[in-house]
Write a protein that binds this ligand. Sequence first.
Ligand code: HEM
Length: 444
Amino acid sequence: MTKDYLKEYDAATDSEKYPLVQKWMKTEPLPFFKQLREQRPILVTPECTLLALFTDVRDCLQMPKIFTVDLYKPKMGVTDTEEGYLMAHDDDALHYREKSIMQGMLNRDDIPKVRAGIAKSAKEILKDANGQLDIVDNYCRMVPAIMVQEYFGLDGISPEKLLKWSFWNQYNTFHNQPFDLNSEEKYKRIVNEHDKCSKELVDYMTVLIVRKLVTVKIKDRIFGMGIKVINLLRFIAKQEPIVLKDDIVKRMLRTSFAQQVDFPLTRIGTNAGGLLIGAVETTSQAVAQVIRMFIEDPALLKQAKDAASKEDNSQIDALVWEALRFVPISPYMFRQASCDYTIAKGTDRQTTIAKGTNVLTLTQSAMFDNYANDNPDEFNPDRNWYHNFNYGFASHDCLGKYVGMAMIPEMVKQIMCLTNLQAVSEMDYEDGPFPEKYKVSWDS
Ligand code: HEM
């Protein structure tokens, strides 16, 4: 018999209602969301309002001035005098400008090389592990940290520091909000850790930018003209050009922007920090959860292993994206209403959301809406990618999505290639929002 969540919800007192919703979103999201879609697609709780249908989620995320990311502002350095990070800006000049510059910097033509780099570091870690590894710290977090050092260019620092900075930033932004119901003590502890990390990150970034600036300016001056001449000759001889060693930070520093573009060195530093924060903990959680899903389902594991053994990545990639519909890094994205707004106008679910209301757009529920996917409860890797919300949607969609779309499946693929792969322990979240421990073994 299916559980009647809404009956229990309606019978609960006001103070019990949202904690119940929070528990179901964590422990049994899919049947809970299904009942919401069928019976109460807009759930107004005392804490926040939940949107469960694909069309409402899409509508909400497409109106950034109405459903804002104001809750990110205190987490991402936005104050009356500081601009903070682009992610905490809604459809303004800074967001438009910096997102497009950064999209250009993360040139999608790099992706095959980035993927090859991921495969290499993943293989090395697994080879050195000799058949047993706690994969969360040593693999799921470490491989993206290496990518952050090598491709993004945040080098000259221990990967452990990078992991720590990404962890506390992600924790504070995405899991320390009013609807996370953290105690005051826990809330303050997370903010404290975040603030310490932000200070360390800013200090590191200042040194990094100065060091790289000196390097690129001197090297470009010494070799620049020579290389231009050599490359002209190579072009005539139909040979590949010589390129100076590059990473994203160096690329940003080598690019000269007219003053009116308004992208000075300080903004380069802020955006380089954002690359790190976005990359590590998100990837780690996604990779760990997909690996566990595959290991726990023998038929799926076989399918994933077969796909991983192929040179062509399309099958393993599709399996991983479909898996993330079932085990996303978050079942929702949150927004705050900047004015009263009536959502789903003209339908029988029409609801006015009051200014200041926090809204959870249940992106996982949206991916299980029949509008988005046929037979949504079935695992089917052959889905419409445009109905997948794992990288967000509309103006705030993920800056790193094309990197992530290569990195996550490649990391899962390398694990699936291991013979006699098994879990040695249950995945442990240690009462936090992210996977912390997951030991696996294989024949080495
Ligand atoms: C690989 C490196 C990554 C980088 C550099 C990165 C960076 C970013 C940035 C800068 C944004 C904000 C964009 C904006 O506000 O316009 C963003 C949004 C987002 N990212 Fe990523 N990200 C990365 C990986 C990932 C991964 C692996 C996932 C999940 C599997 C993910 C999920 C998301 C989601 C869901 C959003 C939307 C948040 C919202 O709408 O509120 N990201 N990312």
